[in-house]
Design a protein around this ligand. Sequence first.
Ligand code: FA5
Length: 329
Amino acid sequence: MDIGDLKKRIFIDLTKVKDLAELEQFRIKYLGRKGEITFVLKSLKDLSIAKRKKLGTEANQFKKEIESKIENLKSQLIKQETKTKEREKKIDITAPGIRIVHGHLHPLTHIMRKIEDIFQSMGFRIIEGPDIETEYYNFDALNIPQDHPARDAWDTFWLKTKPQRLLLRTHTSPMQVRFMEKNNPPFRIIVPGRVFRYESTDASHFYNFYQLEGLMVDTHISIANFKAVVEEFLKKLFGEEIETRMRPSYYPFVEPGFDIEMKYLSSDWLEIMGAGMVHPNVFKSVGYVPGNWQGFAFGIGIDRIAMLKYKINDIRLLYSSDLHFLNQF
Ligand code: FA5
């Protein structure tokens, strides 16, 4: 038996080992229970004493040699592999970063904040009120009694509450009454908020939307004051490129009443607010002496303003939660 060939093969094989896993395979192949070197050592017992002595010494030496080579290579490979692992762990500060997705404000929130800022700069205080209202504040106290035909202008979501009939406010005007009941003039306030209407939708109507109520009461307030405030507001929000027109309109809680329509750049005319001089009956319902006070009130459709400002041609997009749309703002 000659182990010369086996030795050669083993040395060549060892040079091919690249990592710890391969080294373990190598060890099993030659030194494992069924390994080739193990086999040689096991078969010594079948040889004559003289041959056994010669080959036995040689094979045992070779086994030791291989074992120590394996040990050496093993510690070398362990060092190498830990190094690679550490290198992988290290943070490369020159590598390009991972982009973090930022949230951003909804266009309606954005425009509402802008509008609030403008009115605050004109001395208006921001007041908020409940989305769920009583019939009294939403209608009666605003000079719209139970069987008044004007109630039809505001299709209402009624809540199934008893004995008191509650509703989702159809406009922000009820806060005029709530505020005046507790405060005395002079004052100027704005009331931003969500309103609800039981009506079908189209490109400029939705069943819930946002309004911003304005109310200014003092001893000598006229339509001229209203016009000045609205002009200043629109100029600050849109710049000079707007056209507005004022048309007589009817709201039971004002006298006279009007609607304001607006055009911006290439848009069509769009009704953006209802307004008027506070009706004496409203002053009466909050306990003011009507002859002592004058005031103007207005209710701006915030969605319509956002549509004009951002050139949105369909109000429903504002409520679609469509990220393709929202990511543009
Ligand atoms: C009112 O709601 C009155 N409370 C406004 C008012 C306040 C008048 C104070 C006088 C004094 P109107 O229903 O017209 O009025 O609504 C006001 C504005 O809200 C409209 O000019 C329009 O810009 C907007 N608007 C009305 N209905 C919708 C709707 N379905 N979807 C989106 N915007 C609407």
